[in-house]
Design a protein around this ligand. Structure first.
Ligand code: MG
Length: 366
């Protein structure tokens, strides 16, 4: 099989309601999408996720710099191609962010092609593991711009009516006392059993995290996510040592070397590696394998909001649970299916990354 053509689409999908966390206000989710065509008529689909700005730069990177490298290649040489993209001249201008996310979209498309050619769901093509259902937790009721009443009502509904075994809420208000009160209200409403995670989105510095991380311990949190700047490995190591709450992070760690440094420093306890932020499935699998060597659990950041991480979680013994944020679910030909707070493992012979033509039509800005 040979690659004959590569196309990109800059998609921007409006959210059901605008949301905020401690450092972002989001109205549209950006989905730079890459379609790889072959001489056998199969097409591979890959994408990454943004806040929308930068989508154009990611598409441009693929169109102008990565597509010429791909033409004529056999997608089954995915690791060789990975190296060639990784060592391309673009490396000079970026080893994280735009170049890495463009690489992710391409790499995911190649794995989709291989699964399609093999006639198996990607998770089976990767060796399989979890047979039926994957435990999920929901983030989509815990946004920072929800009032305390709405926050409590949404979290209760997600657990009691929709059956999620856990929920995540955003923290990082200007006054951390508000975070404390909101977390307390949610824990009281849910009772002891459901998992409750809090996500600070990098807002705190070490001093704030030491004081308020300790105060939040009483709510029996499953984890504290991204308390500090993602480049501050030493700060996260201090927190992992001092707090009686596990530290989760990874959505802003762009390479396997970044994860190696976090893991070796014992600065992360739940590894949230995202296949659309590191350079695709190829690098994601390397990080998951490295985490397994340290007996760490993978809980992928669901930046893709599609099925890539369902396939990868289903194929990875040390993957524990999956985040749920269904903003772009309706765009996919084979969308995620959640029943009673659990993902059903996809059965279609692909990576489930293909978008519906009407989604391209509706959300494409070029
Ligand atoms: Mg997060």
């Amino acid at each position: 099989m040979r690659i004959t053509r590569v196309e990109t689409h800059d998609l921007r999908v409006p959210l059901p309601k605008p949301i905020t966390d401690s450092i972002h206000a989001v109205e549209k989710w950006g989905v730079p999408t890459c379609v790889v065509h072959t001489d056998e008529g199969l097409t591979g689909w890959g994408y990454t996720g943004t806040l929308s700005p930068g989508n154009d730069l990611i598409c441009e990177t693929i169109d102008r710099y990565y597509a010429p490298i791909l033409i004529g290649k056999d997608p089954f040489n995915v690791k060789l191609i990975w190296d060639e993209l990784h060592w391309s001249l673009l490396r000079w201008v970026g080893r994280a962010g735009i170049t890495q996310m463009a690489h992710a979209a391409v790499d995911v498309a190649l794995w989709d092609l291989m699964a399609k050619a093999a006639g198996k769901p990607l998770w089976q093509y990767l060796g399989g593991h979890k047979p039926e259902r994957i435990k999920a937790y929901c983030t989509d009721g815990g946004w920072l711009n929800w009032s305390r009443e709405d926050l409590v009502a949404d979290c209760k509904r997600l657990v009691e009516e929709e059956g999620f075994p856990g929920v995540k809420i955003k923290i990082g208000k200007e006054d951390p006392r508000e975070d404390y009160e909101r977390t307390k209200a949610v824990r009281q409403a849910l009772g002891d059993k459901p998992m409750l995670m809090v996500d600070c989105n990098q807002k705190w510095n070490l001093a704030t995290a030491m004081v308020w991380g300790k105060r939040l311990e009483e709510f029996d949190l499953f984890w504290l996510e991204e308390p500090l700047n993602p480049d501050d490995i030493a700060g996260h190591r201090r927190l992992a040592e001092e707090l009686n709450v596990p530290i989760a992070l990874g959505e802003h760690v762009y390479t396997k070397f970044g994860f190696r440094d976090y893991i070796a420093a014992e600065a992360v306890e739940y590894v949230q590696v995202d296949a659309t932020r590191v350079a695709g499935i190829t690098e994601w699998l390397q990080v998951a394998g490295m985490a397994a060597c340290y007996d760490l659990r993978i809980c992928p950041h669901v930046g893709d909001m599609g099925q890539i991480h369902q396939h990868l979680t289903a194929a990875t013994p040390n993957a524990l649970l999956q985040e749920y944020i269904p903003w772009i679910r309706h765009c996919f030909v084979d969308p995620i299916v959640v029943e009673d707070g659990h993902y059903l493992v996809p059965q279609s012979p692909e990576a489930s990354t293909e978008m519906k033509p009407e989604a391209l039509e509706q959300y494409r800005v070029r």
